[in-house]
Design a protein around this ligand. Structure first.
Ligand code: AMP
Length: 195
C-alpha cells in the first residue's frame, strides 16, 4: 500500500511508539528525524557533531541541516512508495521543502495525524523516561524549553495542514493499544485506496 503520512505532536506524546505500528500496518518506513539525529550523535558522525549542541539545549537543529538529511532519506528506495515522517516537518521552512520534494516526485501528502496531549502529562512522562534512560536532552529545564519551542514553531503548522484538509486529530492519552486503535480508525479510509 502507498501512503505518505506525517505524525505531529508535542515531545512525549508517544509519536515514536505509534509511528512504528502505523508504518508496519501500511508497509512503509517510519522515518524519525530525532532517531536519525540521535544515531548520528552516538556514532560521532559530522552530522551528529553538528546536531548535538542544538539537541542538548532543546533547540531545533537548523533547517538546512535537517532538510538535507530528510531529502537523502526520502530518496532511498524503501521510501519510494510512501513513508511516515515522525518529527518532521517542524518549521514553516521544512513544510515548504517537503512540499517541493514531493512535488518533484509527483506526489503529495495523504494525511497528517495530530496526537494531542496535556502538557503536564507529557512533561511527567519525559521526566520518567529521562530517569530510566539517562537522556541528556531530557532535564526538566530542557523539556520545558522543548515544549515552548514546539508551541511556538510547530503547533502553528497544524492550522496549515487543517486548511489543506489533511489533519486527523487523535487523543494521545491512554494505553498504547487504545491510542493505536484511535489512529487506525482515523486512517481507515486510506486502507487499500492507494495501492
Ligand atoms: P525528537 O525525538 O523528535 O523530539 O527529536 C529530538 C531532537 O532532535 C529535537 O529536540 C531537535 O533538537 C532535533 N530534531 C528532530 N527533528 C527535528 C526537526 N524536524 N527539525 C529540527 N530539529 C529536529
Amino acid at each position: 500500500m502507498t501512503a505518505r503520512l506525517l505524525i505531529v505532536g508535542p515531545p512525549g506524546s508517544g509519536k515514536g511508539t505509534q509511528s512504528t505500528n502505523i508504518a508496519a500496518r501500511f508497509g512503509i518506513p517510519a522515518v524519525s528525524t530525532g532517531d536519525i539525529f540521535r544515531e548520528n550523535v552516538k556514532q560521532g558522525t559530522p552530522l551528529g557533531l553538528e546536531a548535538k549542541a542544538f539537541m542538548d539545549k532543546g533547540e531545533y537543529v537548523p533547517d538546512e541541516v535537517t532538510n538535507r538529511m530528510v531529502r537523502d532519506r526520502l530518496n532511498q528506495a524503501d521510501a519510494a512508495h510512501g513513508f511516515l515522517l515522525d518529527g518532521y516537518p517542524r518549521t514553516v521552512n521544512q513544510v515548504e521543502v517537503l512540499d517541493a520534494l514531493l512535488a518533484e516526485q509527483g506526489h503529495s501528502l495523504d494525511a497528517v495525524i495530530e496526537l494531542t496531549a496535556d502538557v503536564d502529562e507529557v512533561v511527567a512522562r519525559l521526566l520518567a523516561r529521562a530517569q530510566e534512560q539517562g537522556r541528556a536532552d531530557d532535564t526538566e529545564e530542557v523539556i520545558r524549553h522543548r515544549m515552548n519551542v514546539y508551541a511556538e514553531q510547530t503547533a502553528p503548522l497544524l492550522n496549515l495542514f487543517s486548511e489543506r484538509g489533511l489533519l486527523r486529530k487523535v487523543d494521545g492519552l491512554g494505553s498504547i493499544d487504545d491510542v493505536g486503535d484511535r489512529i487506525a480508525n482515523a486512517l481507515s479510509d486510506l486502507d487499500g485506496s492507494h495501492v
